[in-house]
Write a protein that binds this ligand. Sequence first.
Ligand SMILES: Nc1ncnc2c1ncn2[C@@H]1O[C@H](COP(=O)(O)OP(=O)(O)OP(=O)(O)O)[C@@H](O)[C@H]1O
Ligand SMILES: [Mg+2]
Length: 282
Amino acid sequence: MAAVISVINLKGGVGKTTTTVAVAQVLAGTYGRRVLVVDLDPQTNATVMLIGERGWQEVNARERTVAHLFRRALRGTPPGDVAESILPDVGSVGEVRGLALLPSSLELIEVQEQLSSMPRRASFSVSPAEVLRHALAPVLDAFDYVLIDCPPSLGLVTFNGLRISHGFIMPTIPDVLSTYGIPQIMRRVRLFADAFEMHVEPLGIVVNKFRQQSTVHAAQLHALAARAPAPLFRTVIPENNDVAGAAEFRPVSTLRQKWGYRTYEAYRDLTAEIVEKVEHGR
Ligand SMILES: Nc1ncnc2c1ncn2[C@@H]1O[C@H](COP(=O)(O)OP(=O)(O)OP(=O)(O)O)[C@@H](O)[C@H]1O
Ligand SMILES: [Mg+2]
């Protein structure tokens, strides 16, 4: 069965989407794993990174997005074949094969509101946090990893992702404001998991956009290592303009070309740590 990992943080712009897509591409391209990215963010950034603006417009017009899956479940209409919403071979990097995407849509914003009002409607048999679990159940066996890119909140849409997750990753920027909320996230996830009598493993904090020259970053990294509210990945992702440039959907042959060698190495090392934890329990 697939190892399911949610990428979460209450804070926006810390690198959730970038990390999700990069790790997914290394898992598929370098490790040869079968990987599904689920884009749970109505901002649709992971979707646009992996299929381009035009690709996204097309799937949205055909109502083949995660928002439409939720919609059908909320209307009580049959979910249809979830496999039809999964794009089997996405991304624009030649060496990356076997990376699949369940795309997102702006309509997830309304879905979030509808989910919040669900418990008041007695006719519902499915809990509002379990819509995704029911929708994805038929396809989970087809993948080794499912990575879920979550919006910068811990609302019901994110909880739908956590409900099917074995672990979660928290990218953060090593400054005071960005790391401040991590204990709250840990607490919220624990309360949620307890309510569903499940366990979601905090796989770790990923320090992202690290600036070598910054004394604040150095001090904050030190503080996180000394008293981290969750495990800390050894690999630190440096700030690098090529990462922002690589978000564009344009064809390249290799991941090294896409990010440059140093950043490729960082994402490869981070992915190696994730594989260790997930596949060897370390
Ligand atoms: N290591 C990095 N070096 C330089 N730029 C980066 C790095 N990681 C991410 N970025 C850039 O920072 C911005 C925010 O990153 P990203 O979209 O991944 O964050 P996010 O946490 O998913 O944001 P949101 O909360 O809005 O979903 C993007 O423009 C991205 O290209
Ligand atoms: Mg994002």
